[in-house]
Design a protein around this ligand. Structure first.
Ligand SMILES: [Fe+2]
Length: 346
């Protein structure tokens, strides 16, 4: 069996494959590791056939949708998943067959209603239902401590003690454990009475994961994260360094239109000498009037360098093939002590 575990911070993803059939599945992939997974699959000589999320993640950005687009293979989740882009919805007791490998589904709600575990040979991919020395939390949307109790004590913990536990998270660099180890040492599993366990889960008082709103929005809809939107725009535009722009401004070069896409008050408080004002919100509707020559070289700038990247990408989309963005923004420009002009547009 091909087996690779990839950690991204505390998130764990797994590439599991069958050497005979050269097919593999990717379990709980994370958006920033796409090229890493593809590289691993290539190194093992396997093709990824299924992209599996063990549940709706609230703490990281799933790569299943993007990889499905690239590889043209199905996104697989439990049938209770709310995500509309899931291609194959599995139920308890069903299996995915991959050459000689059998991946069996156990529906284990509790951390979320759509949580499932997958058993493959001697390993159990437990998602966030059972972690090493912990369990998934039950205070996020669709979490339910009563259901988690049943999923743990009446399902997972009754499995073979030697079964390896491969969780979707571990923050301490551990790779796996076993059902037997967890039963013996996991502090959350020592309260074996339902009421005690439920009470303990209800009183954990955990801090919210960072990016929870954005993770749920993107993982449930298949929409893009802000970082991805910016990365996609950034991949379509060239940039110019702050020092390069300063040298051009000081040399009085006039072949470059510096377009400040911030709001008027920010522009008037201090802008690159010679810069024109065209706020990002008005860009598309004012280009014909303000930038009649699409062959001109245009450099967009904003406060931090993010909005100007989107603006330059929009300009390129609209046919301004020489649009570039400033690498950095006016905040960095000011901090560098570069020349500024205050007041209205000339
Ligand atoms: Fe989770």
């Amino acid at each position: 069996m091909v087996f690779e575990q990839v950690a991204t911070g505390g998130c764990q993803s797994y590439l599991v494959g069958c050497e005979q059939s050269c097919g593999a599945v990717l379990i709980d992939p994370e958006l920033s590791q796409i090229d890493h997974y593809l590289g691993l699959a290539a190194r093992h000589g396997v093709r990824i056939r299924y992209l599996i999320d063990t549940h709706t993640h609230a703490d990281h950005f799933s790569a299943t949708r993007e990889l499905a687009r690239q590889l043209k293979v199905p996104v697989v989740m439990h049938r209770a998943s709310p995500a509309p882009f899931v291609d194959m919805r599995l139920a308890d007791g069903e299996m995915l067959v991959l050459g000689k490998l059998r991946l069996s589904v156990l529906h284990t709600p509790g951390h979320t209603a759509d949580s499932m575990c997958l058993q493959v040979e001697d390993r159990l991919f437990t998602g966030d239902t059972l972690l090493i020395g912990a369990t998934g939390r039950t205070d996020l949307p669709s979490g339910d401590p009563e259901a988690l109790y049943d999923s743990l004590f009446n399902r997972l913990l009754r499995l073979e003690p030697a079964l390896k536990v491969c969780p979707a998270h571990d923050y301490k660099g551990r790779t796996h454990s076993t059902i037997g180890d967890e039963l013996a040492t996991n502090p959350r599993l020592q309260k074996r009475e339902r009421a005690e366990f439920v009470e303990m889960m209800r009183s954990l008082n955990l801090t919210m994961p960072t990016h929870v709103t954005e993770a749920l929005r993107t993982n449930m809809s298949g929409g893009k994260t802000v970082a991805r939107l910016l990365a996609e725009a950034g991949a379509t535009v060239p940039f110019m360094a702050l020092a390069e722009l300063k040298a051009r401004v000081e040399a009085g070069e006039d072949d470059l239109i510096v377009l400040d896409v911030r709001e008027r008050d920010a522009y008037e408080a201090g802008h690159v000498p010679g810069a024109r004002l065209l706020p990002r919100g008005q860009l598309e509707l004012r280009v014909n009037q303000d930038l009649p020559d699409p062959t001109r070289r245009i450099l967009s700038c904003c406060e931090l360098g993010y909005i100007s990247t989107l603006a330059a990408a929009t300009l390129r989309d609209m046919g301004f093939l020489h649009a570039v963005a400033l690498d950095g923004g006016m905040k960095a420009w000011r901090e560098a002590g570069y020349p500024l002009k205050a007041g209205k547009e000339p």
